[in-house]
Design a protein around this ligand. Sequence first.
Ligand code: HMG
Length: 390
Amino acid sequence: MKIGIDKIGFYTPHLYVDMNKLAVARNVEPEKFTIGIGQEKMAVAPITQDSVTLAANAALQILDDADREAIDFVIFGTETGVDHSKSGAVYVHHLLGINPNARSVEVKHACYGTTAGIQMAKGHVALNPESKVLVLGSDIARYGLNTGGESTQGAGAVALVISANPRILTLEDKSTYLTSDVMDFWRPLYSDKAFVDGKFSNEQYISFFQTVWDKFKDDTGMELNDFEAICYHLPYTKMGLKALRTVLDEATEEVQERLKENYKVSTQYNRNVGNIYTGSLYLSLLSLLELQEGLEAGSRIGLFSYGSGAVGEFFTGILESDFREHLAADQHASLFESRKEVSVPEYEEIFDQTLPTDGSDVELDINEDPANICISGITDNMRQYVNKLR
Ligand code: HMG
């Protein structure tokens, strides 16, 4: 039975900061951010968006009534969840009106959470072929103003429907994975900002990629020539390129050119959003599928997932015959076009606006936020979510 990605949705907040202007404000050459890091625009989440609302907005675009009935499992991958106990999946389940006879859970391992969710979903569909699983990957990446990681922040979410007979990408069965206890990036419970050893995290990312790729080749006999493209988890768009470059000489020149060209296309959305942590790999896949016009059905795409701390996985998918008809490229183009630029001082002000952590109530103005689903405040320690369409 074929199992894989049947639908993909994406959402990013309506605000962004220009990386050239951020560079000037931080006294660095703009090329460091636009070429050295490889980012053009960085999404900025207003206080009325959190990981739950971003995920719900991403899923809202793709679900129809038949999906709401058929989905019996909601898996929410995040490392910036809003509650230590209650899962974000339950809020999204409610906000989207999914049928009550469903399981809803949150999974965590840094940027690997969505991949873990997809693999769980695949197993669930293998046992229950009529099921559909909604897998969400949603995060707001925060390192802090004026920090080394600042240029690699971002915000956004992906939503994927995993089912039998998928219409976009069939996931192949073989995958290779690796776990090793390393402190390259982490966020203790008391901190709303990540701690990171930047250079070490880059090294670990590359080393994990090489290890799972080598094992994949040993286990399957496949080589680079078998791939139309490889998509990477993209904390910033230069990162995947660094990893790709370490293996490129395994391929013929023609294949090297193809992989480099497709890599470039697969980074376009991420370049304009920033790191969305656990959704980043799937945003890159979406960028490739929606922007690479030459992509043909039957092509094999490689996917490298990395979550600091660390877990890595290499797996693959085959494009379905009419995959293009099931994408929403126009909708995503309008989402990008409708965004509003904020100045660096405005971004700093928004960054410093946080919800109270002392138990007090707050009411937020959601009229400025064009998103359909927003957080409108906190009452008695309970987040208040609004779906404006209801
Ligand atoms: P940094 O110290 O700001 O930058 O750290 P740098 O000095 O390393 O420079 C970056 C690049 O810009 C270099 O290129 C420079 O040469 C180049 P490279 O040598 O790397 O190819 N550069 C220029 N290029 C053109 N013109 C110029 C110029 N100046 C310099 N004028 C770092 C950068 C990414 C380390 C930092 O931003 C950081 O710590 N970010 C957060 C950590 C991170 O993203 N790590 C990635 C791997 S870990 C991961 O992916 C997991 C993660 O998503 C979390 C999770 O799993 O949950 C982060």
